[in-house]
Design a protein around this ligand. Structure first.
Ligand code: SAM
Length: 456
């Protein structure tokens, strides 16, 4: 049931249009997917699948897909060819629009929808994907791993802690704020049970505090994007209006999105009202495709830029680097991370972008690409490395088409039989790496991670 007070509030805001919103909320949610352009183009995915997908107007890599195709269960999902995401959520990273080489910070990142999108737009910059809730880190890690990311850092800190530690050094900061989730009413019906007007006001107070802290991380000229998946003006236009009143060093910019609705200045009390609030964007389930979002783009126009402090890394010792080179020459066609620094942490080997913000004193989960584990004088490659490779990145591959029953066996963790040269090999689906196997005399030991296996 849609909460009655929610319906009343929407009637007060939207008048007769509210009936269209309420009928839209009675429909099933819209399923979207965003193509992983590190791996393939939207046209290539379409050719590969022949799925009847239709474009999302504000995101050139986003599409609507019929839910009955169950794209989340398809092996192409396990290969990281796309991320399943509400189309309205695709407006957020498009608004931030990071440029190659930028330092971008996603403050509330899990499960990683906007972080994967930011990585695609960013290319070889740095993305810090921060998430305060420990229980949500696993999903974030898995999603970034499937994306094949090499330039992401996962941290687990309060926003205020990050602001104290780093200061105004980021080119782009995203606060995809915890909210009352009115835009989740279709996808997660429990959001309806948790909703109350008091929750809306509680969320608004938290958002105001978080946005002020987030602002401290934006360098002069840098961009701060604020978003929610709720319709309540208290959590949207009003948060932005109060922020602008207290922060003259920021201006509101147009989002640059096509096909969206404007922010609503009239939903803000007169003391903070400004026509400029129309520059923010609203996406409504009865006007646009998707579940509903609010997005505002702010730019810092004044302030001091502190010098960036970089994380000092101790490069892996020569003997460890030699083990990596040995693995590359035995199993890969070339070094996939020639421009990254190799760093060993205990038995684990990582490839890390050279210039990362200083991480000391922060709770850090992973920086860069996990390459593998050093065991008995050899490198055991990680699943993350498999997903960061292209199909031609490995010397030995075993192609299993989506409909090949052997692929289901592989994803379930079974041993496979396949004649060929001994050694590490990459299992591919339609040419895209999905995981490792290790072959010895025609028997392929399964190295698909236990936690990801799908039993049939
Ligand atoms: N950006 C994510 C994505 O696209 O997949 C969704 C983020 S969700 C809307 C909001 C996030 O805010 C949740 O992951 C939640 O754990 C986090 N959060 C909750 N309270 C917070 C706080 N006080 N400070 C920072 N983040 C918080």
């Amino acid at each position: 049931m849609i909460p009655q007070r929610f319906s009343e509030r929407m009637r007060n805001l939207l008048g007769s249009e509210s009936e269209r919103l309420l009928s839209a909320l009675a429909e099933p949610p819209v399923m979207g997917l965003r193509v992983n352009t590190f791996k393939l183009t939207p046209a290539a995915l379409q050719q590969l699948t022949s799925w009847p997908i239709s474009p999302v107007p504000w995101c050139s890599t986003g599409f609507v897909i019929p839910d009955e195709l169950r794209p989340g269960k398809h092996p192409f999902h396990a290969a990281g060819l796309y991320y399943l995401q509400d189309p309205s959520a695709m407006a957020v990273a498009e608004t931030l629009a990071p440029k190659a080489g930028n330092w971008v910070l996603d403050l509330a990142a899990a499960p990683g929808g906007k972080s994967t999108h930011l990585l695609s737009l960013l290319g070889k910059g740095v993305l810090i994907a921060n998430e305060v809730a420990r229980g949500r880190l696993k999903a974030l890690g898995e999603n970034l791993e499937r994306w094949g990311s090499t330039h992401a850092v996962i941290t687990n800190n309060e926003v205020a802690r990050l602001a104290q530690g780093w200061g105004a050094v980021f080119d782009g900061v995203l606060l995809d704020a915890p909210c009352s989730g009115e835009g989740m009413f279709r996808k997660a019906p429990e959001a309806r049970d948790h909703w109350s007007e008091a929750a809306v006001l509680g969320c608004a107070a938290r958002q105001e505090a978080l946005l002020a802290e987030a602002a401290d991380l934006v360098r002069p000229g840098g961009v701060l994007v604020y978003s929610t998946c709720t319709f309540a003006p208290e959590e949207n236009e009003q948060v932005i209006a109060k922020f602008l009143a207290a922060h003259p060093e920021f201006e509101l910019l147009p989002t640059g999105l096509s096909g969206v609705s404007p922010g609503e200045p009239l939903w803000v009390p007169t003391s903070w009202r400004s026509a400029k609030l129309g520059k923010a964007a609203r996406l409504w389930p009865h006007r646009q495709i998707g579940e509903g979002h609010f997005v505002a783009k702010l730019r810092r126009i004044a302030g001091d830029a502190p010098a960036r402090a970089y994380q000092p890394f101790i490069p892996a010792p020569g003997a460890t680097r030699a083990l990596w080179r040995e693995f590359v020459s035995a199993a890969l066609t070339s070094d996939p991370v020639p421009d990254l620094v190799l760093v060993a942490q205990g038995e684990q080997l990582y490839a890390v972008p050279e210039q990362l913000p200083r991480l000391s004193g922060l709770s850090l989960l992973r920086a860069g690409l996990w390459l593998g584990t050093l065991k008995k004088g050899r490198l055991e490659p990680s699943h993350a490395l498999a997903l960061a490779l292209t199909g031609s990145g490995a010397q030995r591959t075993l192609e299993l088409a989506p409909e090949n029953p052997q692929l289901a066996h592989y994803l379930a963790g079974d041993v496979l039989e396949a004649a060929g040269e001994d050694g590490w090999l990459i299992i591919t689906v339609a040419g895209f790496p999905i995981g490792w196997g290790k072959r010895s005399q025609g028997i392929v030991k399964n190295r698909y991670p236990k936690g990801l296996r799908i039993t049939h």
